[in-house]
Design a binder for this molecule. Sequence first.
Ligand SMILES: [Zn+2]
Length: 60
Amino acid sequence: MKFSLACGDVMPGCTSRFTSTSREQLMAEVGAHARADHGVVDLDPQVVRTIDSKIVSVPA
Ligand SMILES: [Zn+2]
């Protein structure tokens, strides 16, 4: 099982997609991307919940 997230589901207009084998790793990658490309310094709990709700699991 893998986990995938389209950043555009959270940040409209962004075309970046992330896939990882763990939710924790995926969240770390998305967090790093948000900081680097969206200027998000700190992911507040509401943003984390929104991201978490957009993560989809895909068969490995
Ligand atoms: Zn993005």
